[in-house]
Design a protein around this ligand. Sequence first.
Ligand SMILES: NC(=O)c1ccc[n+]([C@@H]2O[C@H](COP(=O)([O-])OP(=O)(O)OC[C@H]3O[C@@H](n4cnc5c(N)ncnc54)[C@H](OP(=O)(O)O)[C@@H]3O)[C@@H](O)[C@H]2O)c1
Length: 278
Amino acid sequence: MRHSLSPILHDWFIKKFRLNAAYAAFEVDPGNLEQAVNGLRALSLGGFNVTIPHKESILQFVDETSDSVALLGAANTLKNKDGLVKAFGTDPFGFVESLGEDTGRFKGARVVVFGAGGSAKSIVYALGQLQVHYVCIVNRSRARAEALAGAALEKYGLQDVSVFDAEEDVLNDLISAADILINTTSVGMHPRINESILPDSSAISKKHFAYDLVYNPGMTKFLADARMRGAEVQSGLDMLIFQGLESVRIWHDEHFEIDKDELKEIRKILKTELGINE
Ligand SMILES: NC(=O)c1ccc[n+]([C@@H]2O[C@H](COP(=O)([O-])OP(=O)(O)OC[C@H]3O[C@@H](n4cnc5c(N)ncnc54)[C@H](OP(=O)(O)O)[C@@H]3O)[C@@H](O)[C@H]2O)c1
């Protein structure tokens, strides 16, 4: 199994909430997805998480989908109840919950989203829930950005969405006019830590809030540059924690919470595992 933080995160939840559960990671070939879902039913297991590259293809084998999965066309959590398997997506919840009490700044905000992949969909969907005023999607491949912009307008409740190419020379004007910048691309992720999705950060100022879904390193170049220019910044580590917590709530039908000290504790455990010592 490729390296995953999920077993460590979920073992911590299991201990913290004293759950009658065990969490293990398995690598499943694309051709065996149906058997994997049937295995849930046959063994009466509570559910599992799904990650890349199965998030979309798993949906053909489930009985039901949550509303957000129906809109996003991808899931990361399956729950089995008496043989009925339902698919959920917890990334949008994880993002919103990671903001803590900071969600107020999103209402009516102008947001630039870098990237148009799977996680960008979850973020743009969440931005619809947070009632932002305007979203601009900046992506390397324009077609993907346009598809996401179309979904945002048609399905995610956003009313003002545009698409920019990363190279456009008006990018700095766009950044200056924005309040919030979110990197959903893998640019800057370990080991390519000297790269940023925004090589020229001169348009960032202290009015901005910069969020990076990448959590390794904890302080990406994108965030470090933004912080140097006075912006408030946040890494994707809390999103990872809260999307996992939301899965636990779904599996156990209980609204578990973690307090600030517990959040610090699990952050520290995950950072240690990642070898991050910031
Ligand atoms: N914190 C969390 O809980 C959390 C949750 C989900 C994902 N993530 C992180 O988010 C990142 C993206 O995940 P994903 O699932 O969205 O991946 P994905 O579906 O493969 O999308 C990748 C995105 O990154 C862009 N990209 C990749 N390499 C690039 C480069 N060299 N230059 C410019 N753009 C580039 C792609 O652009 P094109 O469309 O042009 O290819 C696309 O928009 C990963 O680092 C992942 O670990 C974090």
